[in-house]
Ligand binder design. Structure first.
Ligand code: AMP
Length: 213
């Protein structure tokens, strides 16, 4: 099963991805996590992406499409995958369609998590992420069992540099200008499921499991 999670920053894509992994045993492909790892390692790609990420802007389609091409070719994607944070532009979505056609696979479902802008800032600024596995928590709405420690792998929880009140506004602008049009793109293809992302986390997980079957 090939799934894409769609929504604004802080809509809950990463949080739900972890539950989908647990149930369906398919890997999560987060372009944000891959980029952050490249920045940490100081690779040429990381160096190129760093400034855009810190400014809350999108990284070039060329870099992102290259990442996805390499990642989807890996063996663990054969049984399916969860795209998280990709595609984010129409050009990326078109490149993905072309790539999947070449690979003789298709996107089965796009799960859209709908959260109004006024809730996003609080969600993003309170977010804490695991340094090791990338799992997301929230200091108030989704605290870990032990403060500062990941429930999934025991890794240390940290705040992302771009999860500041200042940068989140810019990321939301990018989302509305470049990413939001993908809602209609996938609706037209008949594979989009629109979910109210303001519900409780476990209610949303249940809805997603019902949709995925
Ligand atoms: P995320 O972890 O998904 O919130 O992504 C963090 C940052 O990485 C974004 O603000 C962008 O700068 C960059 N990024 C991640 N995925 C993409 C993508 N598909 N296209 C362009 N930039 C991306």
């Amino acid at each position: 099963m090939n799934i894409m999670l769609f929504g604004a920053p802080g809509a809950g894509k990463g949080t739900q991805a972890k539950y989908i992994i647990e149930k369906y045993g398919i890997p999560q492909i987060s372009t944000g996590d891959i980029l952050r790892a490249a920045v940490k390692e100081g690779t040429p790609m990381g160096l190129e992406a760093k400034a855009c990420m810190e400014a809350g802007k999108l990284v070039s389609d060329e870099i992102i499409i290259g990442i996805i091409k390499d990642r989807l070719a890996k063996d663990d994607c054969k049984k399916g995958f969860i795209l998280d944070g990709f595609p984010r532009t129409i050009a990326q979505a078109e490149a993905l369609e072309a790539l999947m056609k070449e690979m003789n696979i298709k996107l089965d479902k796009v799960i859209s998590l709908n959260v109004p802008d006024e809730l996003i800032v609080g969600r993003v600024v309170g977010r804490r992420v695991c340094k090791d596995c990338g799992a997301s928590f929230h200091v108030e709405f989704n605290p870990p069992k032990v403060e500062g420690v990941c429930d999934f792998c025991g890794g240390e929880l940290v705040q992302r540099k771009d999860d500041s009140a200042e940068t989140v506004g810019k990321r939301l602008n990018e989302y509305h200008a470049q990413t939001a049009p993908l809602f209609d793109f996938y609706m037209e293809r008949g594979i989009l499921a629109d979910i109210d992302g303001t519900k409780e986390i476990d209610e949303i997980t249940k809805e997603i499991f019902n949709i995925l079957g």
